[in-house]
Design a protein around this ligand. Sequence first.
Ligand code: ZN
Length: 325
Amino acid sequence: MFTIIVLGSGGAIPQPGRYPSSIAVRVNGEILLFDTGEGVQRRVLGFGLGIAGLRRVFITHLHGDHVLGLFPFLQTMSMQKRTAPLEVYGPPGLSDLIAGVLRGAAFRLTFPILTIEIYTEGLVFESHRYRLYAKWLKHGVPTLGYKVEERVVTGRFKPEEARRLGVPEGPLWKQLKEGKSVRLPDGRVVRPEQVTEPPPKPLSIAYLVDTAVDEGNLDFVRGVDVLIHDTTFTSDLADRAAAEGHGTARGVAEFAQRAGVRLLVMTHLSSRYKDPLPHLQEAMSVGVNTVYAYDGMVIHLTREGISFTELKKWRRSRQRQEATS
Ligand SMILES: [Zn+2]
């Protein structure tokens, strides 16, 4: 299951209610950060996201409104005496940028930072929780789009089948549910596929910001459940959008429809618009299931459906979960 928390939904010029680009994605229990626009740490702290467990940050490109919020964030982590390593992924040039700021600014990190520059498209990282893929986008500077796909090891567990095969309820059931074979006291080996249904199609999300609409991205995002896409302008500014490497609402909505996504989340609103109503009208005329992101938007994605929670409610339920675990 995924939870997406929008931290910044604005374009390059911040607006009172919209910070520059950043989203947090919780996938099977791990929080990932995509882009770190100015003010990202204020959003993280203000929205009550726990960051002690943050291990990985993914930067799309080195335009200031996507990366400059990283450094104050690193400073705060150091002041909080973080010791766990932090991995930061992004395009070539990221290492020089981070090293340069750390050399020039007067603060010392209390934890190791590992910078991983991505040169080739495809699988970038995988764990037992998810797989992460990257793809080059159409923008003025080298820019990466990302896709996160959950790892689904097994399908639904069939307790009646486990009992029939004589597997005692308890730790062995847990191992089978985790996709591991088990040996019974009488020496027989039971494989997970004997007691589970075939794994379902993994849930996935894609983050394509900043970019113009590009047919070359279609295969990358085909069939994803949630597509978060740069939608800076409306279609009357299509020429400017193409020249600057940004999306228009109509173009993005048509692209999302061709890609067969379940939900389109438009973001990166230009400061020339006071609200995204014209974008929503354009996208709705295409007939795709669409929302325009706002700072604090919380989206839950499960196999059963996609739902939205008010931030305060989501935070309270997280605090209750943490208190009981
Ligand atoms: Zn940009």
